[in-house]
Ligand binder design. Sequence first.
Ligand code: PLP
Length: 380
Amino acid sequence: MNPTPKFKHLETLAIHAGHHIDPSSGAVMAPINLSTTFERKADGSYTDENVYSRSNNPNRRALEECLAALEGGATAAAFASGMAATMSLFQALKTGDHVVGPDDVYFGTGRLAQELFGVWGLDYTIVDMTDLDQVRQALRPNTQVVWVETPSNPLLKITDIAAVSSLAHQVGARCVVDNTWPSPVCQQPLLQGADIVMHSTTKYLGGHSDLVGGALIARQNDLFFQRIRMIQQLGGAVPSPFDCWLLRRSITTLPYRMRGHCENALKVARFLATQPGVTAVHYPGLESHPGFAIAQKQMSSFGGMLSIQVPGGASDALAVANQVKLFTQATSLGGVESLIEHRYSVEGPTSRTPANLLRLSIGLENAEDLIADLAQALSH
Ligand SMILES: *Cc1c(COP(=O)(O)O)cnc(C)c1O
């Protein structure tokens, strides 16, 4: 048999990485392996190191190999949700360690820091991650993780991954990037100096709003990542074989779906920027965005997420959300269908999100239909 050649293009990796013809049946598409337990042979060995499904199983291994390849990493660990991945990363730290995180961050990540870091004895400093001086000043000898989310949620702020990674490395800390919004198609943080990538695979990787999952992918399989692997296997926040299979199936079309999301989002953003009923459009693909130059340097395209601000306050933003017909008012993102959300009323009184902001997940419908829907909603 010829060895599998190494491919580097994402379209090819999305289909072939971690994918094998099933040796027992010849099935071209991988079967779902539901068995929780695997045969121990007379000599004490196991087939492909499959022992017990919490520790490992064929569907999870195929998914992890694929995720590692897509991000250019050495290894990956799949989890039952994005938050389980984030939790596992911070559980790998020890009491007294220090974390630097951004002011604009996924709401659940911010709450995790607020509710649990104190109890765990982790120190935490919040900075505007787009300001490198603030990052530099926040770093300490005991800083272990600098957490980056770019584009950020929900303001689409852009952080320079290469610059923050090199600052983190100066004090021996790791740069961890939540790459959920851009997906590896638009941005590959490990290739720019980051150490670990986190994903909520619930979003673009899953792509169809029908599964919850998460992942951590590392540039090196070092002692820290081995600790994360131990927490994955021992803590047990693992995805089911069915979810791994479903996710692996979705990833085959990820590069093509992302092209549609990015193309549509840019058209919608350009339209919204011309509207008097919109006071701000936050999309890193617009030349007017303050992070445009850095986005151009580190992203190959600008993703399917954007947010807008409308004149007035919460009730004015909600009025627009209540007028759209094609967009569905719902949380989450990254599915084929377009969603709109008023984050401020979802996040509640501790929200840092502007009250007049609407977050849009641009789907794969025709861009003209999406624009017509927003135009009629804004003209009310
Ligand atoms: C959704 C999301 C998460 C959390 O992932 P879950 O799969 O919901 O647990 C983390 N970060 C970002 C940017 C997200 O959009």
